[in-house]
Design a binder for this molecule. Structure first.
Ligand code: NAI
Length: 343
């Protein structure tokens, strides 16, 4: 385990098994240098347990970097539950007890395959869970609007540098994935005067929004090569890869999706083509800022949103350093994040 390429000096990797409910879970804690490891739980069917471990390790390191760059008092951790069978409330409670056994070194949240309801069930047995529905006078609820708001600010900063445009009026933006974040981002951009092209594998969803916002509709298979100024990946990861990069016509890429680059080499390939890329974990931190501040008891929405809006200048700073130092934006962000977590 210690020799796995993704181990990267994790502070701890915990394996949990509950015979009664069939729970098999891995909680990876990359760093608690800045605070308890914060990061969601993924419920996913993996081909092997090694694949599950690799995913947990990569995701938890990603959370260390994301939380550090967001300026949060949180470290990085992530949990995966191996979906070998059905997900039951009893299994969620067993998982909650696993989280609780770490005594607050790891605080969980929702990720792929998990629901608000699961979080509420987990919350019955541990207080180390964020992203719960808001109670009276509390902040809470879906992180997606805050994520979209942060992406909007980051996209503005990237467009300033990559296109020399400080306003969105007439800027052509293609959005790949019109889900919770992509849909909201489309509305913000439309309000700001951008000309939108939308695509989603759920074509109906994109068509409906396109009609409402007066946007163009494109195929999900070819949206990456749309003739636009900015491409905003808001679907799944690894959409920037050796197959797609040569066809991209946008000069700026800035979107919400996690792990947009298939490999770090794709960051270099974008730079070689003169395409400006806003590192995903810097620009998409709005949601984690929202849920973490709510978890820490913050009730002032304006204060939290000011923190989300600071993503714009932060993306700008990374891109400025990248230009000045001749390193890719990804390399610059990684180095900044590593310094922040004392590595
Ligand atoms: P979502 O599940 O609501 O939306 C994703 C959308 O992408 C869906 O409409 C889906 O049909 C579409 N899609 C899937 N594959 C596609 C493809 N190949 N081409 C075009 N469309 C495709 O997810 P959500 O919450 O909007 O998140 C979007 C991305 O942003 C994900 O990568 C997620 O990990 C990331 N993210 C989300 C955050 C949040 O607050 N929800 C926070 C940080 C990152």
């Amino acid at each position: 385990m210690f020799d796995l390429p993704d181990f990267d000096a994790h502070e701890g990797v915990h394996l949990f098994h509950d015979r009664d409910t069939g729970l098999k879970a891995i909680i990876a804690l990359h760093s608690t240098h800045r605070g308890p490891g914060g990061g969601g739980t993924r419920f996913w069917r993996y081909p092997t347990s090694t694949a599950a471990l690799t995913d947990a390790l990569r995701l938890s390191r990603g959370m260390s970097y994301k939380n550090a760059m967001a300026g949060l008092p949180a470290g990085g951790g992530k949990a995966v539950i191996l979906a070998d069978g059905p997900k039951t409330p009893a299994m969620m409670e067993a998982f909650g007890r696993a989280v609780d056994s770490l005594g607050g070194r790891y605080v969980t949240a929702e990720d792929v395959g998990m629901t608000q309801e699961d979080m509420v069930t987990i919350g019955k047995v541990t207080r180390f869970v964020s992203g719960l529905p808001a109670g009276e006078g509390e902040l809470g609820g879906s992180p997606a609007p805050a994520t979209a708001a942060g992406v909007f600010e980051g996209l503005k900063a990237a467009a300033e540098r990559g296109l020399g445009r400080s306003a969105f009026d007439g800027v052509r933006v293609a959005i790949q994935g019109i889900g919770s974040v992509g849909g909201r981002l489309a509305e913000l951009l439309a309000q700001a005067g951008a000309k939108l092209t939308l695509a989603d594998v759920a074509r109906e969803r994109a068509a409906e929004l396109a009609a409402r916002l007066g946007a163009e509709l494109a195929d999900a298979e070819s949206i990456h090569s749309a003739d636009v100024d900015v491409l905003a990946p808001c679907a799944l990861g690894a959409t920037l890869n050796p197959q797609t990069i040569p066809a991209i016509r946008a000069r700026v890429i800035a979107g919400a999706a996690n792990n947009q680059l298939a490999t770090p080499a794709d960051g270099a390939a974008l730079a070689e083509r003169g395409i400006l890329w806003a590192p995903d974990y810097v620009i998409n931190a709005g949601g984690i800022i929202w849920v973490t501040r709510a978890y820490l008891g913050e009730t002032d929405e304006a204060k939290v949103m000011a923190e989300v809006h600071a993503i714009g200048p932060r993306v700008g700073d990374v891109l400025n350093r990248s230009a000045a130092e001749g390193r890719t934006p990804g390399e610059v962000a990684d180095a900044m994040a590593q310094r922040l977590i004392g590595r």
